[in-house]
Design a binder for this molecule. Sequence first.
Ligand code: ZN
Length: 134
Amino acid sequence: MYTKPIPQADDESREFYDGARRHELMLMRCRACRAWRLPSRPRCPDCWSTDTEWARASGRGTLYSFGIMHQKFPGFEADTPFQYAVVELDEGPRIVSNVVDVPPDGLRVDMPLLAVFDDVSGDTTLIRFTKAAA
Ligand SMILES: [Zn+2]
């Protein structure tokens, strides 16, 4: 049983989490200027258009930054220390996640990553990343 906090979708993010359950990384994209965005929001920060769509992203990206968490937050005590990562997606937006299957001392900025889908409960899937071939 998954006992850690689970993100709660709202009207703006529901397609992102529904996509994750389907094992698809969904991002909002502006129909006017084609810019991708995350987090989702009704107005494009680049051109201010409200004409938006959801589209499937590649799932590819690179490690933009990372840190090692030593503070024992409730629910994460058994995992501490653990790494967290900021991944720059090939489409442009950055997402905060984890890199699985790579020890913290194996993380390198700019390393290629690929999204993987962690079904943590019957109705929640978290997007994490793993090392991709260069
Ligand atoms: Zn735009």
